[in-house]
Design a protein around this ligand. Sequence first.
Ligand code: MG
Length: 280
Amino acid sequence: MEKWPIGVFTSVDAGLGVKLEVAHALGVPTIQLHAPAQSTRTPENAERFLARLRELGITLTAVFGGFEGESYADIPTVARTVGLVPPATRAERTREMKEIADFTRLLGCDVVALHLGFIPHDPSDPLYDEVIAVTRDVCDHCQRLGQNLHLETGQETADDLLRFIADVERANLFVNFDPANMILYGTGEPIQALRKVGNFVRSVHCKDGKWAAHPGQEWGREVPLGEGDVGIETYLRTLAELGYYGPLTIEREIPQEPERQKAEIGHAIRLLSELKAKLA
Ligand code: MG
C-alpha cells in the first residue's frame, strides 16, 4: 500500500461516522468502520459488505467497537458510560466486544479498536486490576483470531496509557492515536503525547480540536481539520519521525449535519493530500 493512504471513519447503521457511499464519493482508499449493531453482524451481511468494498476498491483497516448506552455528552458522563470500565455493563460488553472481533474476522480485518473508558489513574484502585483483567481477556480473544487490539487515546495521559499497556502484558495491544482527543479531554499536549506512545501507534485519527478554558473539567471543542490546536503539519512530521506511514483516518463527528460533514471531510482530504505531497 502507498504511504499514508487517506481514510475516513464510517458506519453502516446507526453508529458514528459517514456512510460507505460518502467515503466512495470522496475517493478515499481506506476506511475504519464503527461496528454495526448486533442484528447486522451476520455472516451474510459481512459477505455483502466485503463485496461492496471490493467493488468500490476500498480497504477496511480497523473495526471500532461501541456499545449501547454510551454517551459522550460531557466528561463525567463518558467516565460513567463508556467502554469496558463501568462495572455494571462490563460482562455484557465484553461478550459483545468478542462478537465484534469475530465479525471483524469475517471481514478479513486484523485490527479491532475501542474506547476502553476511563482507566483509573491510581493503580492501587481495585478497579485498575479489573480493567487489566478484562483487557487481557479481550486481547487473548483477538490473539486467537490473529488480531491486534488498538486503544483509542484521549481518556488517559500518555504516561498513564504507557503504564497500563505495560501492566496488561499482551503483545497484541496497541494504540489508535487521536490527537484531538488529547485536547478535548485535556489529557496532554498531543505532539508530546504522540512521541511518548509512538512505539505503540499502529493506527491514527486525523481530527482537530481547541482547548477548553478548564481542560479536563469540560470538553474542548472539535473543529475542522487544520483549524484547531493540534498543528496538523507537525502531527504528520512527528508520525514520519516515528516511522508511521499507515492510514490517516479522518474522523469528523457531526452526523446530525451530513452535508457539512461531507464538505469538511473533503477539505480535510485536500489538506492531508497537500501535506503528504510535501512530507511523505
Ligand atoms: Mg478518534
